[in-house]
Design a binder for this molecule. Structure first.
Ligand SMILES: *[C@@H]1O[C@H](CO)[C@@H](O)[C@H](O)[C@H]1NC(C)=O
Ligand SMILES: *[C@@H]1O[C@H](CO)[C@@H](O)[C@H](O)[C@H]1NC(C)=O
Ligand SMILES: *[C@@H]1O[C@H](CO)[C@@H](O)[C@H](O)[C@H]1NC(C)=O
Ligand SMILES: *[C@@H]1O[C@H](CO)[C@@H](O)[C@H](O)[C@H]1NC(C)=O
Length: 235
């Protein structure tokens, strides 16, 4: 009899904890922030793909963003636009003003990308982003701070020695993950493109560079020589 009650009580407590278990809600980005990152691309089963540093500047209040992919970058928006470059892997800034610009500041080369986005858009020769909202790495548009709405909580993971919470959004050909600390500091952006291969792309943030608040407006200035349309826009 006593044993029976103990079991019933235990079950009751367990079901209560189940009922009240809180699933962390997807976070919303601050409306303005900047942060540095280290970026790595990796095909599953192939290790040696060069990595590079970069930075994000984001200010949704003025609908501006700049994503910097620095020396060594193989960014598929930067590459292949038809600019005359000495080194197509050198620093590249993607500036999102009213339009998107590809800017190689060291080479003083820049162009305006005429792009059309929608379901089934092809980005670069290899990647088809089908029925997928563009993730931060693509930066097709200035992402809304609430872009993670509807993302699934995937639990905790240790990244750069920190405990980070993750959320995942699954698209037709790619999955996006966002990891941040309990206090909201970003840990890592992760994306897996299943087409053409299992290409894993991570941007791991340097938390000591994370700044919340308006970004200096000049960061988003479009150089005067950005007055041509990219010879090779996206198909
Ligand atoms: C990676 O290699 C493992 C072991 O050789 C193999 O089982 C797996 O299918 C490979 N994965 C891919 C995506 O090629
Ligand atoms: C980048 O530059 C290298 C060397 O000049 C060239 O072989 C390659 O085709 C270029 N890549 C693109 C995407 O323009
Ligand atoms: C992070 O940023 C700080 C400040 O700019 C820098 O001193 C440090 O080397 C960076 N850490 C990494 C791992 O890049
Ligand atoms: C772009 O600007 C440069 C100098 O800023 C000028 O020499 C050039 O003619 C301009 N090109 C076009 C297409 O407006």
């Amino acid at each position: 009899m006593t044993k029976f009650y103990v079991v019933v009580c235990l079950l009751g407590v367990m079901s209560l904890t189940q009922t009240f278990k809180v699933t962390p809600q997807p976070p919303t980005w601050p409306s303005a922030f900047s942060v540095d990152f280290h970026e790595v691309y990796r095909f599953i089963n192939i290790s040696a793909i060069p990595s590079n540093d970069g930075a994000w500047y984001y200010d949704y209040n003025i609908r501006r963003a700049r994503f910097d992919h620095l020396q060594g970058q193989s960014n598929y928006f930067c590459q292949g636009r038809g600019l005359t470059l000495k080194d197509n892997h050198s620093d590249c800034h993607l500036i999102f003003a009213t339009e998107m610009y590809v800017h190689y500041p060291r080479e003083k080369q820049c162009c305006r990308c005429s792009m059309r986005f929608g379901p089934g858009v092809r980005i670069g020769p290899d990647t088809i982003l089908e029925h997928r909202a563009c993730g931060p790495a693509e930066g097709c548009t200035v992402l809304k701070p609430a872009w993670l709405t509807g993302a699934k909580y995937i639990g905790k993971q240790t990244i750069s020695g920190m405990v980070c919470h993750g959320w995942e959004k699954q698209g037709a050909v790619a999955a996006d993950r966002w990891y941040q600390r309990e206090d909201g500091t970003p840990c890592q952006y992760w994306e897996m493109l299943s087409i053409p291969a299992h290409l894993l792309h991570t941007m791991t943030f340097n938390v000591s560079t994370y700044k919340v608040g308006p970004v200096q407006r000049s960061v988003f200035d479009v150089p005067h020589y950005c007055n041509i349309t990219c010879p090779n826009p996206y198909p």
